[in-house]
Design a protein around this ligand. Structure first.
Ligand SMILES: [Ca+2]
Ligand SMILES: [Ca+2]
Length: 253
């Protein structure tokens, strides 16, 4: 395996300039792309609420071996968290983050380098069916908006000193409007906001009503309602709908 890997790394150094590799950012459902702020800046995304789960798919139009990294700086890791799926201890590989087109032997491993994230590599390119990478979606990773602020996620091709920055995904996290923490902004949250309407809050960011004061002016009023409305009915993650004790079970209807 080590010999294969060494040869593969030689291949990647030769092919970095030719392979197109990119990341697409989806919402938690893995279907809906996250909107961008400016069509001329395709990697600057619209603000998301703290607690939002995004899905990052790394794709390519190449069928050649590729290795790279996806990570945040240590500073930005306080705001946004990357995670991978299906850790297998034998190869220290996040197996479920490796998609079929990456080929057998693809690896997603903790990145021991300049930031918090993962090393990515496809299967090797030796013409063996199933092991060779194919053009398509290679890797899937998750991203969580951890706290208010900005976080850049960088995708590099190559390894070590040969790394080439491919793209920087820029995320900004704003205060959550999901006051009751059920992953959707709806009437339940509006009721919580309304229950404190035209009251004042203290300046303690950890105070009981601070999360309702979305513009941090120590008042809960129409300005907060306007900020709240920007994310009306937006979901931050997928959840199974909880059984409503006031409704009969489906099989009795
Ligand atoms: Ca809610
Ligand atoms: Ca306010």
């Amino acid at each position: 395996m080590r010999a294969f890997r060494t040869i593969g790394l030689v291949v990647v150094l030769a092919s970095v300039a030719h392979a197109a590799v990119w990341t697409t950012v989806y919402r938690y459902d893995e279907i809906t792309p996250l909107g961008i702020v400016d069509p001329n800046q395709t990697a600057v995304y619209r603000d998301v609420m703290v607690g939002t789960h995004l899905v990052l798919i790394v794709s390519s139009d190449s069928d050649r071996f590729w290795a790279g990294t996806l990570y945040t700086s240590w500073d930005d890791a306080a705001y946004g968290v990357l995670s991978a799926r299906g850790y297998g201890p034998v190869w220290k590989n996040y197996e479920e983050s490796c998609l079929d087109a990456a080929g057998r032997g693809a690896l997603v491993q903790e990145y021991p380098g300049m930031g918090a994230g993962f090393s990515l590599s496809t299967g090797d390119n030796f013409g063996v069916p199933g092991w060779d990478p194919l053009a398509g979606d290679w890797f899937v990773l998750d991203y969580y908006a951890q706290s208010r602020g900005s976080c850049d996620v960088m995708l590099y091709s190559g390894i070590a000193s040969s790394q080439v920055l491919v793209e920087t995904l820029s995320f900004t996290h704003v205060a959550s409007r999901d006051f009751n923490g059920d992953h959707i902004v709806d009437f339940k949250d509006l009721a919580i906001l309304s229950s404190r309407w035209r009251t004042t809050t203290d300046s303690d960011p950890n105070g009981p009503n601070a999360k309702l004061d979305l513009n941090s002016d120590q008042r809960i009023d129409s300005q907060d309602l306007a900020f709240f409305s920007e994310y009306w009915l937006e979901r931050t993650d997928f959840v199974e709908s909880a059984a409503d004790p006031n409704e009969p079970p489906l099989d009795s209807q």
